[in-house]
Design a protein around this ligand. Structure first.
Ligand code: AMP
Length: 484
């Protein structure tokens, strides 16, 4: 196994305020009784409407992604979709809300996501549901529900959308966050683990992000994980008095979570704790070794982080995270994933190995801005339509549609009256052609086509109009090609 530097994990605070919707300790089995007729728990709409001052404010930790920020998001969305296409993933969209039970069965109590961060509530019909805190559980449910197991394997699914976590909001940490998610079902060969990491790497590099590092670990099979948990518990129990209060609780519920604690004293202690890779069964060890060989072959920079166990309980064998580091050495988690070879079976499907990862789009966008990566540049309109008078205005609507149908992106300023102010707009947006429809042209069914570069113009019939515009655009294209 190649030796790599082990880096400390970056800051990723996990302490969050107690969610009012916490489900810990509640009976989350699917409802079998008849649905209630009354509204579910929570505030009635009338009472909610009377809450003063909250009307014009988005919820804490939830935000609008305004048009001027969209070019960054567009670049990310396009990159993800292109990678999904190139690596043979099919898009799947799943509901934002699922039965609460699905998440609890998959992610399990004892994890922050379930105990503290889940948006769970009862519907008016009495169903106990939750907003998805991640994609995998819902995708696994869909995989089983739609009998995808009969399809030729591996089955590769891509999804993208918001997920919800009642986390403590701050920059880069929201309660509604976006993830791009890739899952592969039906294959346990480590080459797929490598391929998934390759996709993640391809996406972040494509987006212009550098200083990226993959942290990787193996937590082995269920059995080796159990043995490891036992050894870790024994170690932590012997040092219990040195742990923070949260970690003493974690020790009872889910000792692996202690490895995630950012308190200095806990981090110091766990640095000397037993490591999961020393407890791997032979098969998991060889799986991990082969994966690292593939990553070396792909020249993907990674480090083995023996403390990386990830916050979700369904993982087996490979777990990994993508981190970016700034000049001051501060680290940012951009995404993470791992194998979940037992999840489909545990949820009631045929035993099906699987692996997936989620990329945090909000964090990726922040990184793009921080490192001054260029956002997506939408093609700008090359043609401007100017009009004067009621009839011309009406005919301009049709003209806009004609140009659009022939693949020509145009712009207009229909709300403005004066021709002068419209032409100013045409200049400002750098239109190459302006089509002018005055009252006379509207009556004659003609238009003036003005070449904005040369300043020449001609009157053409409506039938010839689109071709006349195209001719100018084509000659501009040829000119700019010959200049290059
Ligand atoms: P996780 O599966 O929890 O590691 O989440 C995957 C990725 O989603 C992380 O690496 C982050 O980029 C992103 N992420 C997780 N939680 C949040 C949050 N509260 N706000 C913004 N992004 C988040």
């Amino acid at each position: 196994m190649p030796k790599k530097t082990v880096h400390e994990k970056g800051k990723k605070t996990v302490s969050v305020p107690k969610a009012r919707t916490s489900v810990a300790g509640s009976d989350v089995r699917k409802r079998t009784s008849a649905p209630k007729k009354t509204s579910g728990k929570g505030i009635s709409p009338v009472a909610a409407a009377s809450e003063k001052g909250l009307l014009l404010q988005s919820l804490r930790g939830m935000r609008d992604i305004l048009p001027d920020e969209q070019p960054y998001w567009e670049r990310v969305r396009r990159s993800l979709a292109a990678a999904a296409h190139q690596f043979g993933f099919q898009r799947i969209d799943i509901p934002t809300v699922e039965y609460l039970h699905l998440f609890v069965r998959s992610i399990r109590e004892g994890t922050d996501i379930i105990d503290k961060e889940l948006y769970a509530f009862e519907t008016r019909g009495g169903d106990r549901v939750a907003l998805r805190p991640e994609f995998t559980a819902g995708i696994a449910r869909a995989y089983i529900q739609h009998g995808m197991g009969v399809l030729p394997k591996p089955i590769r699914l891509f999804s993208m959308g918001p997920v919800f976590r009642y986390d403590r909001p701050q920059e880069g940490r929201y309660r509604e966050l976006w993830q791009g998610n890739f899952d592969i079902f039906g294959e346990e060969d480590p080459i797929l683990d490598a391929q998934l990491i390759q996709i993640a790497s391809r996406v972040v590099y494509e987006l212009g992000l550098r200083n990226i590092e993959f942290q990787i670990n193996s937590i082995g099979s269920v059995e080796s994980r159990k043995r490891y948990e036992k050894a870790l518990t024994r170690f932590l129990e012997s040092q219990k008095q040195k742990l923070c209060q949260d970690c003493r609780d974690r020790l009872e519920k889910n000792p692996l979570r202690v490895l995630d604690c950012k308190e200095d004293k806990c981090a110091q202690l766990t640095a000397t704790a037993p490591q999961s890779i020393d407890f791997l069964d032979d098969e998991s060890r060889s799986h991990f070794k082969t994966l690292l060989e593939y990553l070396d072959e792909l020249e993907i920079p990674y480090s083995i982080n023996p403390r990386l166990v990830r916050g979700l309980d369904y993982y087996t064998r490979t777990v990994f995270e993508i981190w970016s580091t700034d000049r001051e050495g501060k680290k940012y988690a951009l995404g993470g994933g791992g194998r979940y070879d037992n999840l489909i079976r545990e949820l009631g499907g045929e035993p099906t190995p699987a692996i997936g990862f989620g990329l945090g789009l909000d964090r990726v966008v922040l990184e793009m801005k921080r490192t001054q990566v260029r956002p997506y540049e939408a093609p700008t309109p090359r043609v401007f339509i100017a009009q004067l008078g009621e009839l011309a205005k009406k005919k301009s609507l049709r003209l806009f549609a004609d140009l659009e149908r022939r693949g020509i992106l145009s712009s207009e300023s229909f709300g403005r009256g004066s021709l002068k102010s419209q032409l100013r707009v045409a200049n400002r947006i750098g239109a190459e052609v302006t089509v002018i429809l005055g009252q006379k042209e509207a009556l004659d069914d003609t238009a003036i086509v003005k070449d904005m570069l040369s300043g020449t113009q001609e009157t053409v019939t409506r039938a010839r109009l689109v071709d006349a515009v195209k001719k100018i655009l084509k000659s501009n294209d040829t000119m700019s090609k010959s200049k290059r």
